[in-house]
Design a binder for this molecule. Structure first.
Ligand SMILES: [Zn+2]
Length: 122
């Protein structure tokens, strides 16, 4: 059984070619069913289904994905749609990149100035 994206059905690569192993560029969704489902609400406690969705499809449908952080069964925080979480992450990454560039630029300038001072002393 090959791992394929649940949405676009493209083949997904994984490390050891086993059906339940982690895939590259995809997220696995594993469920033990749902009480309200008419097709998968098993009595067996160990029965599970799993699907993979490639990163590209997940990003395309991010508005339909619920994101949250679950501290305990009852304590759910930061409930939002996944597209908003992705946008926040992108902004944070841009800020980090901008900060890193500024720091690197300062270090280069300091290095350049200190070289000039060394040359003046010679
Ligand atoms: Zn896909």
């Amino acid at each position: 059984m090959k791992n394929k994206c649940f949405c676009c059905e493209k083949n997904l690569k994984n490390e050891c070619n086993k059906p339940l192993s982690a895939c590259y560029d995809a997220v696995a969704f594993d469920s033990n069913g749902n009480f309200g489902s008419s097709i998968f609400d098993p009595f067996e406690i160990d029965a599970r289904i799993m699907i993979h969705i490639c990163d590209s499809c997940l990003k395309k449908k991010a508005k339909l994905v619920c994101y949250h952080q679950q501290k305990t069964i009852k304590q759910i925080e930061n409930l939002q749609t996944f597209d908003k979480k992705l946008k926040k992450d992108e902004l944070a990454e841009k800020k980090r990149d901008s900060f890193t560039k500024k720091v690197l630029e300062r270090l280069r300038n300091q290095k350049h100035k200190s070289r000039k001072n060394i040359h003046r002393e010679c």
